[in-house]
Design a protein around this ligand. Structure first.
Ligand code: FAD
Length: 479
């Protein structure tokens, strides 16, 4: 280690205390690998500041020493964005205070290290809902949610994380603190700076706190599982439901037949929801803050019309909270059970909702033609156009031989997405895994603007370098 680097660690240790500058390889281990074990990184140390001022101090000292900083929340990201390959990991975990709950303004001000579930629980105490909800909510942190513009199952009704952020506090690359913690619904005092940092994956600044928006807590909820003849029939059903139920439609998730087959084969406690088999399934949820509203009646009305029109083939409406949970269990088990079917090649993409059925049909056909026997598992947030277009290996094929074709399938699937004016990164972000794909599919002018912003806000390129985009001089070594 050069003198400057070891001096840096000494300065940080003297300022934060030895316990907050972790150098022991065993203690650093969990910060160096990511959730799916696709990447393993290396770092000089893991630094754990306990306040915004301490974050600013760490950034100032790193800037002086020219050392890279990789911010990390819960390290549940799936694109390698939080994996360091040099420099320090800056863990936000100790910034975990709820600073203020303002029930009348319907806002909560939280520090970046708050676990998402803790924010949801805090909102519930004032009879409100913080609607961001992901399967990782017990371990991901708000700063990470903001940095990745996380989505989840409630986007259809409440939007992405971006739509839930009213204000931010950010430590900039030179160590200055930008206090943008305003809980305003209207603020036209110049550029909307907060939206630069949402989804920037730690490359433009370190989020230390946020003002988030709250909603009335739903008091009634109805869940239904519906069998349709095809993805196009499912789209027709979605359109009817949306027109009839407006923003009571909180979730509209899609599963193909193959997905339900493997869930019923592997998932503990999974029970067939309907009598026969159908090509496409929708899991829908309606909710309302009005406890007196009869949501079941509303769903029944739409479903009986859709049955008559031949759009829906069969359906079950949950008769109890427990049955609703059991129906959601079918959808939520899907990521896990796919692993039990061997290797899978994953694409997380979005197309306009009007094209979502076309996309599923076209991409499925193209992949099946490219590799006979490949099992397409295209599921997800149909109602907001976000499909997890995953491929399970052919039964008789070696896993490694299948995974070696990832690049080839990227081209097939991403080209179709691009032709439909879609996005190759709907959730999770770009990180390392999609960085080079971005260059192929992002508008060159937009890429140029992104590089301009990066150079302006982080001229030394010390904030999460090599993630999302590369500047010419700093390609990271392969991990
Ligand atoms: P980390 O993994 O620690 O970091 C993610 C990125 O944000 C990195 O680039 C990091 O450098 C940066 N970062 C972290 N904190 C800060 C900060 N304070 N300031 C600046 N940059 C920062 N994602 C979805 O969008 N939708 C889903 O439905 C979803 N489901 C998931 C289910 C499971 C089981 C798992 C494991 C993951 C899932 N994810 C999902 C991915 C992941 O949970 C989200 O991306 C989450 O928002 C990451 O939060 P984190 O605190 O773990 O961030």
């Amino acid at each position: 280690m050069t003198d400057t680097r070891s001096d840096l660690l000494d300065i940080l240790t003297a300022s934060l205390g030895a316990q907050q500058v972790i150098r022991d390889p065993d203690a650093m281990e969990s910060y160096l690998v990511e959730e799916r074990r696709l990447y393993r990184g290396a770092a000089l140390a893991v630094v754990r500041p306990g306040s915004t001022e301490e974050v600013a101090l760490v950034v100032r000292e790193c800037a002086k020493a020219g050392v890279a900083i990789v911010p990390q929340g819960g390290n549940t990201g799936l694109v390698g964005g939080g994996v360091p390959y040099d420099g320090i990991v800056l863990s936000l975990a100790r910034l975990d205070r709820i600073r203020e709950v303002d029930a009348f303004n319907a806002t909560i001000t939280v520090e970046a290290g708050c676990i998402l579930k803790a924010v949801q629980d805090e909102a519930e105490k004032v009879d409100c809902l913080f609607p961001l909800s992901l399967a990782s909510e017990g371990s991901c942190r708000i700063g990470g949610n903001i940095a990745t513009n996380a989505g989840g199952v409630n986007v259809l009704r409440y939007g992405n994380t971006r739509d839930l952020v009213l204000g931010l506090e950010v430590v900039l690359a030179d160590g200055r603190i930008w206090n943008g913690l305003k809980g305003l619904r209207k603020d036209n005092m110049g550029y909307d700076l907060k939206n630069l940092f949402v989804g920037s994956e730690g490359t433009l600044g370190i989020v230390t706190a946020a003002v988030l928006t709250l909603f009335p807590r739903p008091k009634s909820r109805t869940v239904a599982f519906i069998g349709c003849a095809s993805p196009h029939a499912t789209l027709d059903l979605f359109d009817r439901l949306r027109r009839r139920t407006g923003d009571q439609l909180t979730a509209f998730e899609f599963m193909p037949r193959f997905a339900l087959e493997i869930v019923l084969k592997h998932a503990a406690g999974a029970v067939p929801p309907l009598g026969g088999w159908h090509e496409a399934y929708a899991l829908i949820e309606l909710s309302s803050p009005d406890p007196a509203i009869d949501l079941r009646e509303r769903i029944e009305a739409v479903l009986s019309e859709a049955l008559e029109a031949g759009i829906v083939e069969d359906a079950v409406i949950a008769a109890s909270e427990a049955q609703g949970e059991a129906l959601w269990h079918l959808r939520e088990s899907l990521s896990h059970v796919q692993r039990l079917e061997g290797g899978s090649i994953k694409h997380d993409v979005a197309v306009p909702v009007s094209k979502v059925a076309d996309f599923i049909v076209t991409a499925t056909r193209a992949c099946e033609e490219a590799l006979p026997g490949v099992r397409v598992c295209a599921f997800g947030h149909f109602g907001d156009g976000n499909i997890h277009f995953n491929l399970s290996q052919p039964v008789a094929m070696e896993k490694a031989a299948f995974l070696a074709q990832w690049e080839r399938f990227n081209r097939i699937v991403h080209d179709i997405v691009h032709d439909m004016n879609g996005s190759i990164s709907a959730e999770h972000g770009v990180g390392l895994i999609k960085r080079d794909e971005l260059v192929l599919y992002k508008d060159p002018v937009a890429l140029d603007l992104m590089r301009t912003l990066k150079s302006a806000l982080d001229p030394q390129n010390i904030l999460n370098p090599g993630k999302v985009l590369t500047l010419e001089a700093e390609l990271p070594p392969a991990l």
